[in-house]
Ligand binder design. Structure first.
Ligand code: SF4
Ligand code: SF4
Length: 373
C-alpha cells in the first residue's frame, strides 16, 4: 500500500475523477453521482487507503466503501496517475480474508464454486442444436450467464451463427464454467488463481488455441487476468474483433442499406481495460447501422451499473446507474442502445423494462445477424 499512500499525498482534489472538464461537465463517477459525497469518488478511495495505512479507520469500516465502487476505471484519468479502483480491489482482498464481504457478492462466489456461474442453476444450455466442431482450435465462449435469460441465449446463438457465416470453425463447451470474475471482484485472489489454472488446463486438453468471447467481462478476465496466473493459455479475442477481421477479408457480408439507428454503449471492460472501441462500431457500420454517439462514449463511457460486483451486492445502485445511462441513450435519438456484453444487456435491459420511453436495448449481434447478406 506504499504506492497508494504516495498517490493520496499528491491528490490536489482537482475533481478530474468526478466530472469531465468544461464545456460539458459530465459526471464520470457513478458512486459520486449516486451518493454526492467526496468520500464516494476516486479521491475518496485514496483517502480511505491512507486512513487504513495510518490506522484512522479499520478494515471493517473501509470495506463497505471499497465494495460500493463499480471498478469502472473512469477515475483512472487522474492527472497524478492514481488508480483508485485498484485501491478498492486491494482493500477487498484484505476484506475477503477477514469476512467483511457483502452477502450478495459472497453468494455469487459460492455459486461459481458450486455451479460454475454466479447465478446458481439454470434450465438448459444456450448451444442446443448449434453446429460446432469438437476439437477445433477456436473456442467460442459465450459466457456462463448465457443460459439464464432468453435475450442472453439469443445473443449467444447469434454470435455462433455469425461465426459460422464468417467461415470460422469453432467448438463450444457443453457447460461454460465462469471465468472467475466474481472472485476477482470479491477479492478472493487465491480462489481465482486456482480457478483460472483449472480452466486453462481444461482448454488446453480440448486443443484450444484461440478463445473467442462475446462477453466483455470474460474478454478482460481471460485476456488480462489469466496470463498473470496461467501464462500458457490461448490467444483471447472479443468476437467482434474476429468477425471484423473476417469482414475485412470479404468472408462475412452484410446488407448495407436501411439499417437501424443505434448508439453503442461501450462497456468499461472493453473500452477502458481492453481498448476495444473500434471493432463493434466498424462492424455495425458495415451492416448498414447508422451510429449516433452519446456524450460519454469510448474511453469516457458510463458504467452500465453491473460493474464491480454491484449487480450482486447492491442491485439498487446498479439499477440507478443503468437508468442514468438510459437517459443519455434516449437523448441521442437512437432507436436502439447496443451493447457488447451480457452483463450490460441485463443491467440496461432491466432498467429499460422500467422505462417504456427508452430505446430498445439490444446486443450488437441482434443487429448484425438480421443484416447478414
Ligand atoms: S483525479 Fe486524481 S488528483 Fe484529481 S481529485 Fe481525483 S484522485 Fe485526486
Ligand atoms: S472506479 Fe468508477 S465507481 Fe469507482 S471511484 Fe472510480 S469512477 Fe467511481
Amino acid at each position: 500500500m506504499v504506492r497508494d499512500r504516495y498517490e493520496y499525498q499528491t491528490c490536489p482534489k482537482c475533481h478530474t475523477c468526478i466530472i469531465t472538464p468544461e464545456p460539458h461537465y459530465r459526471p464520470l463517477c457513478p458512486i459520486h453521482e449516486e451518493y454526492g459525497f467526496a468520500s464516494h469518488s476516486g479521491s475518496g478511495l485514496l483517502k480511505m487507503g491512507r486512513g487504513l495505512l495510518e490506522k484512522h479507520i479499520t478494515l471493517e469500516e473501509a470495506a463497505p466503501l471499497a465494495y460500493t465502487c463499480l471498478l469502472c476505471m473512469a477515475c483512472h484519468r487522474c492527472p497524478m496517475g492514481a488508480k483508485p479502483s485498484e485501491i478498492a480491489l486491494e482493500v477487498r482482498r484484505e476484506a475477503w480474508g477477514q469476512g467483511h464481504v457483502p452477502p450478495g457478492l459472497k453468494g455469487a462466489v459460492e455459486n461459481v464454486v458450486a455451479h460454475g456461474n454466479p447465478w446458481s442453476q439454470h434450465g438448459g444450455r444456450w448451444s442446443d442444436g448449434i453446429e460446432s466442431t469438437p476439437g477445433a482450435k477456436v473456442l467460442y465462449f459465450a459466457g456462463c450467464v448465457s443460459p439464464f435469460r432468453p435475450e442472453l441465449k439469443r445473443a449467444a446463438r447469434n454470435w455462433a451463427q455469425l461465426l459460422r457465416a464468417a467461415g470460422v470453425e469453432f467448438q463450444v463447451l457443453p457447460e461454460e464454467n465462469c471465468c472467475g470474475l466474481p472472485m476477482l471482484q470479491a477479492g478472493a485472489a487465491q480462489e481465482f488463481t486456482q480457478w483460472a489454472r483449472d480452466n486453462i488446463e481444461r482448454y488446453k486438453g480440448l486443443g484450444v488455441e484461440t478463445l473467442v468471447t462475446s462477453c466483455s467481462c470474460c474478454h478482460r478476465v481471460y485476456g488480462q487476468a489469466y496470463p498473470r496466473v496461467a501464462p500458457d493459455g490461448p490467444r483471447v479475442l472479443h468476437a467482434s474483433e474476429l468477425l471484423l477481421e473476417q469482414a475485412r477479408k470479404g468472408a462475412l457480408r452484410f446488407q448495407r442499406e436501411n439499417g437501424a439507428t443505434a448508439t453503442l454503449h461501450d462497456s468499461c471492460q472493453s473500452a477502458r481495460a481492453m481498448g476495444l472501441t473500434g471493432a463493434p462500431r466498424e462492424l455495425l457500420q458495415a451492416a448498414g447501422v447508422r451510429l449516433v454517439e452519446m456524450g460519454r462514449s469510448q474511453g469516457d463511457t458510463w458504467c452500465c451499473g453491473a460493474g464491480g460486483g454491484v449487480l450482486y451486492s447492491d442491485p439498487e445502485l446498479a439499477l440507478a446507474t443503468a437508468h442514468r445511462r438510459l437517459e443519455e441513450a434516449q437523448g441521442s435519438g437512437a432507436d436502439c442502445l447496443a451493447v457488447t456484453c451480457p452483463f450490460c444487456l441485463v443491467a440496461l435491459g432491466d432498467a429499460a423494462g422500467e422505462n417504456p420511453g427508452s430505446p430498445r436495448v439490444v446486443e450488437i449481434s441482434d443487429l448484425l445477424v438480421e443484416r447478414l447478406a
